[in-house]
Design a protein around this ligand. Structure first.
Ligand code: GZL
Length: 318
């Protein structure tokens, strides 16, 4: 019943558009099903807010689910959106693999799928229309480049690394980009690397373990600011000065990172823009109207060292 009512409305709406007349108020409202990763970090919270605000502003009916960083919950949410016959499905895949089965179900139901934030590995790229998000490899390169250009102490540079969620595109690609750049200088070595799952609590816990066994840590490379902020607490608890005794390079550029930089405890954060909401809603409408999309849409981002933090902070929107 719902499907036929919506297709009748769409036919009437199309008639008005063809006739060059204004759409009447009852034109079918689009429904978007969005399966979010979770609420693990400041970045994710800002990303969720951007999507909810943009759906409201665009007049799109949003069905939203929070998977608590579990792939099985995202898959369940996508299946529920299919059963509810939403117009479009969008999601930020928590990890890169294991999506083909559920995306084939969406394709059979003729519901277009848009990836946001993180990409997937699939043999069948027709399973999604486009991916809107950051170039994580480039973010890793920017972090490595800043370190090579700004680390001044002589001798070996022992780096410990807090990785993001195991198997996630940002963790895989940020690591790859960072290592690609630092290999230019053999003094720079990653001596320990472990996941902190993008959270403050895990970042603190793993950094405590690093400091217990690694007497000489010169640099921390954290795949996101929340883990860096957790690690700062561990470094201070060990009686050291974060940002001075241990140089900290991080990614996201969320408000908490700017506050840490202004306190002299974090040295640089590479921006990863969570405000994908408005762009996503435009694409939802275009996809529904049958407009072709490029397979990949990159967001634009900068690099914010400690020295610029106080000046830039008032401009930050997340
Ligand atoms: C990156 C995003 C990552 C952020 C983390 O686009 O997927 O997930 O860097 C977040 O803060 O948890």
């Amino acid at each position: 019943m719902l499907k036929s009512r919506r297709s009748l409305l769409s036919a009437i709406a199309a008639g008005f558009i063809v006739g060059g007349l204004a759409l009447p108020a009852f034109a079918a409202q689009l429904t978007l099903g969005f399966a979010q990763v979770g609420a693990e970090s400041e970045w994710r919270t800002a990303n969720t807010q951007s999507i909810k605000d943009a759906a409201k502003a665009a007049g799109i009916n949003l069905k939203f689910s929070d998977a608590q960083q579990k792939q099985e919950n995202q898959i369940k949410a996508i299946r529920s959106f299919i059963a509810q016959k939403v117009d479009v499905i969008a999601f930020a895949p928590v990890v890169t693999t294991g999506w083909d089965t559920v995306l084939k179900e969406a394709k059979s139901a003729k519901i277009p799928v848009i990836l946001t934030d993180r990409s997937i590995e699939t043999k069948d790229p027709s399973l999604y229309v486009t991916m809107i998000g950051s170039d994580f490899t480039e973010e890793g390169r920017k972090a490595g480049k800043w370190l090579l250009e700004n680390y001044k102490n002589p001798g070996d540079v022992n780096i410990v690394e807090l990785q993001g969620t195991v198997g996630s595109a940002p963790a895989i690609e940020r690591k790859k980009g960072f290592e690609e750049v630092i290999k230019a200088d053999p003094r720079f070595k990653i001596t320990r690397s472990q996941t902190g799952d993008f959270t403050r609590s895990k970042g603190k816990e793993v950094m405590e373990a690093f400091l217990k066994t690694d007497k000489k840590v010169n640099v921390l490379f954290a795949h996101n600011d929340d883990m860096a902020i957790g690690a700062i607490q561990a470094i201070e608890a060990a009686g050291m000065k974060p940002g001075k005794d241990i140089i900290i390079v991080s990614i996201d550029a969320v408000k908490g990172a700017f506050e840490a930089m202004m306190a002299g405890k974090l040295n640089v954060s590479v921006e990863c823009n969570p405000q994908l909401g408005p762009q996503l809603m435009d694409i939802v409408k275009e996809v529904k109207a049958g407009k072709a999309q490029p397979k990949r849409i990159n967001t634009k981002e900068g690099v914010f060292p400690m020295e610029t933090a106080a000046k830039e902070f008032p401009n930050r929107k997340y």
